[in-house]
Design a protein around this ligand. Structure first.
Ligand code: NAD
Length: 312
């Protein structure tokens, strides 16, 4: 039986990963400081005594010994707020770079051999090649968030080579679905609940990106850790198409039964400082192992809107 540690396991993607690990019978310890996560995301497993939960901040001490005996760390914990990273770059550095280094050190000290890491399409910056493959260069992030994740990747690569560890690094497109508490869909639903007549859309609405639902994302991660066995494995995870922001607004308004919403665009080709206006990832590397995305971007958006409307 596998024993996995999931940092950030009380968050959106982390809690879905915990669901999948429990489902396949793994032992799981979640470490989370509940900064943006919520114990309610794990309620069922906690009630059934199926997982252990440790409320701890990776920037503090005291959690490291808990890693002893683990087969793998799924290092999901991070500050995921791309948009906020321009206001709090030092916090982003602490939670995404320093925390990752501390996890790697704890793994080295406690003898944990494997790490799976959730990175992001933003490591590519404004890529000249779209769909962007994993070996695209030069990697020049334009957000502090993207830079912090690229730094995390670099540390993991070095630890693999230096200390005989194995890693799977996953660069995600936009991951959406049940339990998400940020991002464009969440934003639109809440704005339209507050004012069903008008919707403010950041940028010109033509930002076009790839979206994938969270269950497919988690399935892709677990597929990769089972099928790829290099010492250091890097995979893009996303759908094979994209959708623009105005179409997302149309889907959200349609699902809310609103047909007369006036859109008010803030203008410019991007929503915020550090926003990449066009993003789609090449997923051929994972497809070559036999994985296929099960949903398109518009389908993932519609599913996510329905899940959010059902929960709030
Ligand atoms: P999330 O905020 O729901 O999850 C992050 C979790 O980490 C939260 O539960 C939070 O409480 C915890 N955490 C943060 N800092 C911590 C610390 N110092 N110590 C302990 N726990 C801490 O966000 P998410 O969208 O589920 O993102 C999960 C991962 O996927 C992140 O690494 C993020 O960068 C990455 N990612 C997400 C997307 C996306 O579209 N959602 C895209 C690319 C990459």
């Amino acid at each position: 039986m596998m024993f996995g540690i999931v940092t950030g396991g009380a968050g959106f993607i982390g809690s879905h990963l915990v669901d999948a690990l429990v489902e396949r019978g793994d032992d799981v310890l979640v470490i989370d400081n509940l900064a943006s996560g919520d114990e309610a995301n794990l309620a069922r497993h906690l009630e059934e005594g199926r997982i252990q939960f440790l409320e701890a901040d990776l920037l503090d001490d005291g959690w490291q010994e808990q890693l002893r005996g683990a087969d793998r760390v799924y290092h999901i914990a991070a500050d995921p707020d791309v948009r906020g990273s321009v206001r709090t770059p030092a916090m982003m550095f602490a939670n995404n770079v320093v925390a990752t280094e501390r996890v790697l050190e704890a793994m080295r000290e406690q003898g944990v051999p494997e790490i799976a890491f959730t990175s992001t399409s933003t490591v590519y910056g404004e890529a000249a090649v779209i769909p962007t493959p994993e070996d695209y260069a030069p990697m020049e992030p334009i957000s502090v968030y993207g830079a912090s994740k690229l730094a995390g990747e670099a540390l993991i690569s070095a630890y693999c080579a230096s200390f005989a560890m194995r890693a799977w690094v996953f660069r995600f497109a936009n991951i959406i679905g049940e339990r998400s508490n940020h991002g464009v869909i969440w934003d639109f639903v809440h704005k339209l609940r507050a004012n069903p007549d008008e919707l403010e859309i950041l940028g010109d609405g033509r930002q076009t990106k790839s979206y994938l639902d969270v269950q497919s994302c988690v399935a892709a991660m677990l597929f990769a850790v089972t099928h790829a066995n290099e010492a250091y494995n890097v995979f893009n995870i996303g759908s094979e198409d994209w959708v623009d922001v105005t179409t997302i607004a149309d889907i959200v308004a349609g699902e809310m039964g609103l047909s007369t919403v006036q859109y008010r665009f803030t203008g410019g080709d991007r929503g915020w400082v550090g926003d990449v206006p066009k993003m789609q990832l090449a997923v051929d590397r994972l497809k070559a192992l036999g994985w296929r995305p099960q949903t398109t971007s518009p389908e993932s958006v519609r599913n996510a809107v329905r899940a959010l409307l059902a929960s709030v």
